[in-house]
Design a protein. Sequence first.
Length: 221
Amino acid sequence: MPVATMVEDIELVIEDIRDIGNEGPPPGGDDGEGDKRPGPRMPSSRRHATAIILGMVAIVMLFMAMSSAFIALRATSDQWVSIRIPGIIWFNTAVLLFSSGLVEWARRRLALADVNRFRTLWFGATALGLVFLVGQLVAWRQLVSQGVYMANNQASSFFYLFTGLHGLHLFGGVAALLYVSFRKFERATVPLSTAAEVTSYYWHFMDGLWLFLVTVLYLGR
């Protein structure tokens, strides 16, 4: 999923949530006999919210299909050669989990109107996301130094595909975190709290997806 599209879709989703929250009955008297004509409404962006939800579903379906192929080949292929998972993968997993924790901590501080603390924690979560991506590159370099390349065998191909595709989608999440960090919400039509909430959904989604992939890779060694 391209980063620019991800950021644009996230903004459309949070604007859609705002629109839904602001919907109300048309202006009129308390006795219901006032002017019942509905006031002007902005064009709905729900189709964009549906698009990003379908995008997440598509990501899940993609990785589920790949995982099914991984498990099937692991069980039936005579050419399967297991690879040793680089130790830094476990460090990367801890970094990503900690990043999700910081995102939630930041949201709680924002709910208490502690904007400065929110930004500090949010920047910390973003930095950890970048650390995770760098750590994934280090894992690849470790495999290459051992002579393990994507084309070596089926196991190595799946490792590079799983980690590479996840890293690409996670990079979109980092872009979304940066968007929330640097957007001037004083001039925006959507509050900072809503933007942070919607962005956190995608970040936690990527976190959960990574835990699933690590489990598949570990059990399929």
